[in-house]
Each structure stands twice: as structure tokens, then as C-alpha cells.
Write a protein that binds this ligand. Structure first.
Ligand SMILES: Cc1ncc(COP(=O)(O)O)c(C=O)c1O
Length: 402
């Protein structure tokens, strides 16, 4: 078979992949690499906070301690000490009793989403997705040809009335949530909202995915009850070291009830046998030999100052009609332009003014033009935030005046 043109290529691909778009953010980041552009578009942790020296030391210790065995094939479920550590941390931090046997180490929490799609979704199965929602989840479940049921989220969490309608109409297999400092909006679900969602899911066959890569990055306020605490039987909890240590190791985990765990292990074996054993050992040594909470505190201090700088500059430079969220943690905030104002058009103007962000439409499953956009504050220092937001404020004023 000759595979040369786009046309012949198309014919060999599965239906599963044909309809899944490329990540729009990856496309946008190509525009934002110009060094004269101030970019609030990325979603990356701040590289200056990577604990390089400590990771070097941990790597050496891993070789000293485990020798050649660290380079061998290993268990699908993950490095036992690391699983036990995660279990212990849930107990200490959240009073959650999770046996290590119910933790599967994955290749980032992104793989958790793919594995859950693989074991649970048939074509056209109903999935509830937050609106706006995490693009990587939309992409992961699109591969399994899910039918998306968007439920709006606001500063307090999910729109309960809308969720109720979807639950009674569709009996969804999955509800996907990011209840702490959501990507893209930065919002967190209130206690009351969590209880209301939990009440709706309890005693149904719907599984709720609680994706929590940002939960440790809290700047203010108090931690809320997790869905895993409220509805343990119906919840699959995802965690990640990407935002608290480094993303390059691709280390995350799934906490799942027994029956689901069994299927996940089969899917994981079929996908990649196991997660990188070397990286698991290094991260485990790093965490054991250093003060992990102190490191997280450092990240929180930097991100919270950067969030403050962004909010202060927005107050100063954006027209007053622009609405925006004030996240209590995480890496993002979400802005809303007046109705009928296109954030994609704003993006074009902003790039000319040398500032980038992510227009809102990729975070919705069925909209092409929206008036919302995402701003990332983790990677840009405070003075650069001020300059970037002043440029963006001008671009907004120009668009509103046009
Ligand atoms: C909500 C959410 N879930 C999952 C991920 C994927 O994280 P990981 O690096 O653990 O695969 C991200 C990454 O940005 C995210 O924002």
C-alpha cells in the first residue's frame, strides 16, 4: 500500500482517531514561542521550581540502593513503596483510608483518563464533562467516541440543575470533574456543591472521576471534602506528581475500587506493561530524602504571588466589564469578555501586541466562538505579568472600540 497523500492516509485510520482534533493549545504554543511574545498561554509548571539538585542526588542513591534491578521490567501496578507512600499521604493529609492495593501508578494522570475511557466507554456512551472543561479529558474520551453532556461550572462548582437533567435523561457512565482549581477556569467546587453532586451520584451506576492534579497548590481558603470521601464507591480519584515535582517523569496515579482496579490493570498491561520503574524509584527517593511539603510550600508561595500580580494588573488595565475568576490555588484564571465578543479575534489582536493566551473555545465540546479565555500565571514573573496584562488590556480596549 502506498501511503503518500493525505487522502490515502485518511483511509487507513480507525474511526476512533479520525474525528479527534489535534490539541489546539499545542498549535497556539507554536505562535507563542516568539521570545518577544509574553505568553499566558502555556499550562506548564514553573521550571525554576524544579528540584534539580535533589533529583540528581535521588538518582545516585537509587543506583546505590537498587543497582541493576531498577532497570529491570517491573510490576504493572507500580513500585510498591511509592504506592504505600501515596496511601500514607492520603491518610495524613485528607484522612482518607486508601489501601496501597487500590492505587495504580500511571504514566501521568493523562494515562489514567485514557485507561478509564478504555475500560468503561463504548461508542456513544454518555459522559458528563465540565463546561469549560479540561481539554486533555475531552481529547481522551473523544478517542472512545463518547457522547459529551456538558454541564456548566461557575465559581461554586457544577450547575446542579443541569446535572440533574443530564442524570435523569442520559444515566451517564462517567462524570468528569476537576473540583480543585480547575483547568481551565481556576474555580473550586464549594462544600455545598460537592454534597449536591454526591447526592445525585450516590446509589447510581455512574462513576465520578475526581481529577486532582492541583489540590496541593492551595494559596488560601481551606481544603474541601473530596468526592472520594463523600461517595467512595462511585469515585475514581486521579493524582499526579507533574505539578508538585516535575512533569517530565510522567508519574501519576489512579485510586480505584477493587473491581475497577482489576480492569485497569489489564488495560495498563495492554497499553505499556508498567510505568517507568526508574522514574518511580527516583521520585520515591526524592520524596523520602527531602521535605516534600516544604517544596510544595515554595511552589505555592511563588504561584500565589504571581496570581496576586495578575489579579492586581487585571484590575488596573482591563476594562471594568471584563469578568474574571479569583482562584484560591492552581495555575489558571478565566476571563469573560462582554457577550458576542470573540476571544479568538482578541487572540489575533493580542498576538500583534505581543501577548498570548488561550481562547476559550477548545474547552467546550460544541462551540466555535466564545467570549472566554484562559490565562496561566505559573510561568511568568510578576513584572512580566504586569507588562503582559497591560498589553492585553489595550488589545481588549481596541477590540471593544472597533
Ligand atoms: C486537569 C488536568 N488533568 C490531568 C492533567 C495531566 O497531567 P499529567 O501530567 O499528570 O498527565 C492535566 C495537565 O495539565 C490537567 O490540567
Amino acid at each position: 500500500m502506498k501511503i503518500s497523500s493525505d487522502l490515502s492516509m485518511k483511509s487507513i485510520f480507525s474511526d476512533r482517531i479520525s474525528d479527534v482534533p489535534r490539541s489546539f493549545i499545542r498549535e497556539i504554543l507554536k505562535v507563542a514561542v516568539d521570545p518577544s511574545v509574553i505568553s499566558f498561554a502555556g499550562g506548564l509548571p514553573n521550571r525554576k521550581l524544579f528540584p534539580i539538585d535533589e533529583i540528581k542526588q535521588a538518582t545516585n542513591r537509587v543506583f546505590e540502593e537498587y543497582g541493576r534491578d531498577v532497570l529491570q521490567y517491573s510490576k504493572t501496578e507500580g513500585f510498591p513503596e511509592l504506592r504505600r507512600y501515596i496511601s500514607q499521604r492520603y491518610l495524613e493529609k485528607q484522612n482518607l483510608d486508601i489501601p496501597a492495593e487500590n492505587i495504580l501508578i500511571t504514566n501521568g494522570s493523562q494515562q489514567g483518563l485514557d485507561l478509564l475511557g478504555k475500560i468503561l466507554l463504548n461508542k456513544m456512551d454518555d459522559v458528563v464533562i465540565e463546561e469549560p472543561g479540561y481539554l486533555g479529558a475531552i481529547q481522551a474520551f473523544s478517542v472512545y467516541r463518547a457522547t459529551f453532556n456538558p454541564v456548566p461550572v461557575s465559581e461554586v462548582g457544577m450547575d446542579i440543575e443541569c446535572l440533574g437533567k443530564v442524570m435523569s435523561k442520559a444515566a451517564p457512565k462517567l462524570i468528569y470533574t476537576v473540583p480543585n482549581f480547575q483547568n481551565p477556569s481556576g474555580i473550586s467546587y464549594s462544600d455545598a456543591n460537592r454534597l449536591a453532586v454526591a447526592d445525585m451520584v450516590r446509589n447510581t451506576n455512574t462513576l465520578l472521576i475526581e481529577d486532582d492534579p492541583y489540590g496541593d497548590l492551595r494559596f488560601e481558603g481551606v481544603g474541601k471534602k473530596s468526592f472520594k470521601q463523600l461517595i467512595p464507591e462511585n469515585t475514581v480519584l486521579l493524582g499526579s506528581f507533574s505539578k508538585t515535582v516535575v512533569p517530565a517523569f510522567r508519574l501519576g496515579w489512579i485510586v480505584a475500587p477493587d473491581g475497577i482496579m482489576e480492569k485497569l490493570v489489564i488495560a495498563k498491561q495492554a497499553a505499556d506493561l508498567h510505568t517507568n520503574n526508574f522514574a518511580q524509584c527516583v521520585i520515591y527517593r526524592y520524596i523520602k530524602d527531602n521535605d516534600f511539603d516544604e517544596h510544595i510550600k515554595k511552589i505555592v508561595t511563588v504561584y500565589s504571588s504571581q496570581r496576586n500580580a495578575m489579579i492586581k494588573s487585571i484590575g488596573r488595565y482591563f476594562p471594568p466589564e471584563i469578568m474574571y475568576t479569583k482562584p484560591e490555588g492552581g495555575m489558571f484564571l478565566w476571563a469573560t469578555l462582554p457577550p458576542e465578543t470573540s476571544s479568538m479575534k482578541l487572540f489575533e489582536g493580542a498576538i500583534r501586541d505581543k501577548v498570548a493566551f488561550v481562547p476559550g473555545h477548545p474547552f467546550y465540546v460544541n462551540r466555535k466562538e466564545v467570549n472566554t479565555f484562559r490565562l496561566n500565571f505559573s510561568c511568568v514573573d510578576e513584572e512580566t505579568i504586569r507588562i503582559g496584562i497591560s498589553r492585553l488590556g489595550q488589545a481588549i480596549k481596541d477590540q471593544l472600540a472597533a
